[in-house]
Design a protein around this ligand. Structure first.
Ligand SMILES: Cc1ncc(COP(=O)(O)O)c(C=O)c1O
Length: 393
């Protein structure tokens, strides 16, 4: 007699082993509850600027409904090349060194799939974006986390990275400004990291999706430092800077051989990014800068307000110099980050993400996205202050 069919038995070990995203887990709890103020999902509250939406509509009107080259529309790659050179000081050849992807999400996934052999160690800094560790593990790599601390403004030190290097280390993943901490890096700090990378012959994958949302200091890409362009895969996208999360569009730039390897994975899995989104992305790069500047100014006002409110209510909160996340420390309340977030939703109807969702180094913190209207942030802060007072007594 044949064995009974058990779906779970067919799930690959690497997938079985990874947890669901802590963000989604938490938001499933929140779903359907009324009057919640959400500081949860990391998404601009602005709708995509009209001229960018119009470019997408116009693309449809012109019947632009086909596949594109696997690498992406040449006009978009040219616009990306000009933008990256202008903003980051690194030149990439649009014909061979730029690949348009379905968001930075896909770019990260195919970069990892293009480079990892089973057992290769990939170093990344934590607390970090929820997908890094699972994406490495699903590719049969070994995720190696290096902790970032509030007292360093959540930057990562070259010493900590060097201490994590072993003969199996293959690549370093960086994300500055960081989701969920808002940490940034100075040129001097990055130069020290570049030195470690060069001495240990590592590859760098740098996710700079929040670079336009840098509030203080210059944003420096590690790709622009001496000797790094040759060994860096630079990832960027349109979701945050142009409020285009739903368009699902991003890109990777890097050495020809690595872009070619990523292109193979992309070709057999995704084929190409949506042509409608690519047309909209061209418009964003060509005319979207004033929108980005306006949104950044708004986020800065909101950041200043929320960070002050946290410190006033006794939750120590460092100033995020980039991104749209504040990361207050909730240890003084004696609650775990999950208990804090769960009770906060239940008792005060404010949703924020437990820091533990971003790795063990995130425990004791809460991620609060301030891409939310000012009056809502004020109301959320009042409710949180009431909650903190109550649980701290
Ligand atoms: C650090 C980081 N990288 C990548 C992504 C995903 O970006 P995309 O929408 O381009 O896939 C996010 C989304 O929140 C993020 O925070």
């Amino acid at each position: 007699m044949s064995k009974p069919f058990q779906p779970t038995q067919f799930i690959a070990q690497a997938v079985r082993d990874i947890p669901r995203s802590g963000i989604r887990e938490f938001f499933d709890l929140v779903q359907g509850q009324k009057d919640i103020i959400s500081l949860g999902v990391g998404e601009p509250d602005f709708v995509t600027p009209w001229h960018i939406r119009e470019a997408a509509i116009y693309a449809l009107e012109r019947g632009r409904t086909t596949y594109t080259s696997n690498l992406g529309l040449p006009k978009l790659r040219e616009a990306i090349s000009a933008s990256v050179e202008n903003n980051f000081g690194v030149h990439y050849d649009p014909a061979h060194q730029i690949l348009v992807t379905v968001g930075v999400s896909e770019a990260l996934d195919i970069a990892l799939r293009a480079i990892i052999n089973p057992g290769d160690e990939i170093i990344y800094h934590e607390p970090c974006y929820v997908s890094y560790s699972p994406s490495i593990a699903m590719t049969h790599g070994v995720p190696v986390a290096v902790s970032c601390k509030a007292e360093n403004g959540f930057s990562v030190t070259a010493e900590a990275i060097e201490a994590a290097v072993t003969p199996r280390s293959k690549a370093l993943v960086l994300n500055f400004p960081t989701n969920p901490t808002g940490g940034t890096m100075t040129r001097t700090e990055l130069l020290k990291i570049a030195d470690v990378v060069l001495r240990h012959n590592l590859l760098v994958i740098t996710d700079e999706i929040y670079s336009e949302l840098t509030f203080e200091g210059e944003h420096v890409s590690i790709a622009a430092l001496p000797g790094m362009r040759e060994r860096t895969i630079f990832l960027h996208g349109f979701s945050k800077a142009y409020a285009m999360t739903g368009f699902r569009i991003g890109y990777a730039c890097g050495p020809v051989e690595l872009i070619e390897a990523m292109m193979k994975v992309h070709q057999y899995s995704m084929l190409c990014a949506s042509i409608i989104s690519q047309e909209a992305a061209i418009e964003a790069l060509q005319h979207g800068e004033p929108d980005t500047i306006m949104m950044r100014e708004q986020y800065k006002l909101r950041r200043n307000l929320i960070v002050k409110a946290f410190n006033d209510m006794g939750l120590k909160c460092h100033l995020p110099r980039g991104s749209f996340y504040a990361f207050p420390c909730i240890e003084s309340t004696g609650l775990s980050s999950k208990e804090f977030a769960t009770r906060l939703v239940k008792e005060e109807k404010v949703a924020a993400v437990p820091g533990g969702a971003f790795g063990v180094s995130g425990e004791g913190y809460l991620r609060c996205c301030f891409a939310t209207a000012l009056d809502k942030i004020e109301e959320a802060a009042d409710r949180m202050a009431r909650f903190v007072k109550r649980v701290s007594n």
